[in-house]
Design a protein around this ligand. Structure first.
Ligand code: SG7
Ligand code: ZN
Length: 271
């Protein structure tokens, strides 16, 4: 089984390629975004977010999958109308789930880095190409998935839009736990301010966990989401990795470090 170094360095990211050869491939994620080496692409207009601004018909489900906390819709049908398109994406994509990567009380935990710097936390919204029915099918195609990445910035005041998720963490503190959230909220409320989403980076990469399938069109936004210091602390201190022995291990540093860019280019939507 794979893990993060914070669980056991013997199954951490540097060993993933021994389990799945793809994890040692040439198009792996995350990467460092070196802002001096971007290629501006005027074709990268605004992404069209549909269904992001409506409360979904069903309930949100929060789950601890042993590697992160995942938010998805309790009924998969409910996400049918939450889609992204445009912005140079090769197709329309439907939202599947979102999850986070974070650090520890001592350090930051984003997966992508900006000019070599890690940010406190990163949100990933995973979407599937509407041409494909299942994740397994999408994994067979280079444009099968589109993941949106958002960095977090710590503020002294809480971000009330994250209250429902943060309050739910205590119900999913152990691996395998899941809970249906009582309150409904719109996905757009978890994003940075609408209208500040036109700055983003685009490159072709992979899932950041095994099997590391190289099927992801990545979009990483410039504008960070603000989160309160105490809210961020709730992620670091409430959740646990699967127990390996008698003692519980807090879920911290669940990020993969940047992978070589090799012959790839990172494109920028604006100069
Ligand atoms: C997290 O990251 C989970 C996985 C996800 C993986 O461990 O969110 O998803 C589920 C449903 O457990 O894997 C296929 C997939 O979405 C990798 O996603 S990521 O590349 O965006 N970090
Ligand atoms: Zn992720």
């Amino acid at each position: 089984q794979w893990c993060y170094d914070s669980q056991d360095p013997k199954c951490g990211p540097s060993h993933w390629k021994e389990l799945k050869a793809t994890c040692g491939g040439d198009k792996q994620s995350p990467v460092n975004i070196d802002r001096r080496r971007l290629q501006r692409d005027s074709g990268l207009g605004d992404i069209l977010f549909e269904g992001y601004d409506q409360a979904p018909p069903g309930k949100w489900r929060l789950a601890n999958n042993g590697h992160t906390v995942v938010l998805s819709l309790a009924s998969e049908l409910a996400s049918e109308h939450i889609t992204i398109s445009g912005g140079g994406l090769p197709s329309r994509y439907r939202a599947l789930q979102l999850h986070f990567h974070w650090g520890s009380p001592a350090g930051n935990g984003s997966e992508h880095t900006l000019d070599g710097r890690q940010l406190p936390m990163e949100l990933h919204i995973v979407h599937i190409n509407v041409k494909y029915r299942t994740l397994a099918e999408a994994k067979g195609h280079p444009n099968g998935l589109a993941v949106l990445g958002f960095f977090f910035q710590v503020s002294e005041t809480p971000n009330a839009n994250y209250n429902t998720i943060v309050a739910g963490l205590r119900n999913v503190s152990q691996a395998g736990d899941s809970v249906d959230l009582a309150s409904t909220f719109r996905l757009s409320t978890l994003l940075p301010h609408a209208g500040r989403l036109s700055g983003y980076y685009r490159y072709q990469g992979s899932l950041t966990t095994p099997d590391c399938s190289e099927v992801v069109v990545w979009t990483v936004f410039e504008e960070p989401v603000e989160i309160g210091r105490e809210q961020l602390r709730a992620f670091v201190s409430t959740l646990h990795f699967p127990a390996a022995g008698p003692t519980l291990l807090k879920m911290t540093n669940n990020f993969r470090p940047p992978q070589p860019l090799r012959s790839r280019k990172v494109f920028a939507s604006r100069a």
